[in-house]
Design a protein around this ligand. Structure first.
Ligand code: GRF
Length: 205
C-alpha cells in the first residue's frame, strides 16, 4: 500500500475546519496525513489548534509583500514539507493562477454556500439578503477563477425565517465540518475522475 498523501492546510483565522481535519486524521478517516499548517496571519487561533495536535505550524505573513513573493514563500514551505495535497481551510487570500498551477497536487477549498450561488466573501450574508430558503456548504477543487472549480461535495442547510448571519453561519459551519474531511478523503484516495466540470467518485472506502 502506498503512503497516504501529505496534506498541507492553509488557514487565516479560527481554524474550526482545520480542527475537523485534525479530528478525522486522528480517527483514521481522513485518508491523508496532515504534514503541516500555514497561516498568513500571525495571531490566527488555528495555529494553536495545529500546535495542540503537534503539527508543524508555519506563519507566512502576506502583509508588506507582493503577492508573487508571498505565494513563492508559501510554496517553498509546502515543497519542503513534501506536501502533495492542499486544503484551504478559511484561507482568506485570493490565489494567482500561477500559484494554483505550481502547488504540488490538488487544492481543495471549503466555501459557506451552495456554489455557484454566492461566491466570494460574506456568502452567508449574501444568502440571507437574497432570500434563499436553502443554503449550505461546498467543497470544490480550486481553479484560477474564484470559487469556481469542480464540486466534490455539497450539503444543503435550511435558512430559517429568524436567522441572523451568525445563526446561519453556525449551521452552515457544522455542514462544512462534515463534508470537508470526506472530500479530502475522496481526493486523497485518487479514486475520482473529472468529466468536464463533474467530479465523478469511482469508489468510496
Ligand atoms: C468558513 O466558513 C469557511 O467556509 C470560510 O471561512 C470560514 C473559516 O472558518 N472560507 P474556520 O477558520 O475554519 O473556523
Amino acid at each position: 500500500m502506498s503512503a497516504p498523501p501529505r496534506l498541507g492546510v492553509l488557514i487565516s483565522g479560527r481554524g474550526s475546519n482545520l480542527q475537523a481535519l485534525i479530528e478525522a486524521a486522528a480517527a483514521g478517516t481522513l485518508g491523508a496525513e496532515i504534514a503541516l499548517v500555514v497561516s498568513n496571519v500571525a495571531g490566527a487561533a488555528g495555529l494553536e489548534r495545529a500546535r495542540a495536535a503537534s503539527l508543524p505550524a508555519h506563519v507566512c505573513e502576506h502583509r508588506g509583500l507582493p503577492r508573487a513573493e508571498h505565494e513563492a514563500r508559501v510554496l517553498e514551505i509546502l515543497r519542503a514539507g513534501g506536501v502533495n495535497l492542499v486544503a484551504l481551510a478559511g484561507y482568506m487570500r485570493l490565489l494567482s493562477g500561477a500559484f494554483v498551477h505550481a502547488v504540488p497536487g490538488p487544492v481543495l477549498n471549503v466555501h459557506p454556500s451552495l456554489l455557484p450561488a454566492f461566491p466570494g466573501v460574506n456568502a452567508q450574508e449574501q444568502a440571507l439578503a437574497h432570500g434563499v430558503k436553502v443554503s449550505g456548504a461546498t467543497v470544490h477543487l480550486v481553479v484560477e477563477e474564484l470559487d469556481a472549480g469542480p464540486i466534490v461535495l455539497q450539503e444543503a442547510v435550511p435558512v430559517r425565517e429568524d436567522d441572523s448571519v451568525e445563526s446561519l453561519a453556525a449551521r452552515i459551519l457544522e455542514a462544512e465540518h462534515r463534508i470537508f474531511p470526506r472530500a479530502v478523503r475522496i481526493v486523497a484516495s485518487g479514486r475520482y475522475r473529472l468529466e468536464g466540470r463533474r467530479v465523478v467518485v469511482e469508489e468510496t472506502t
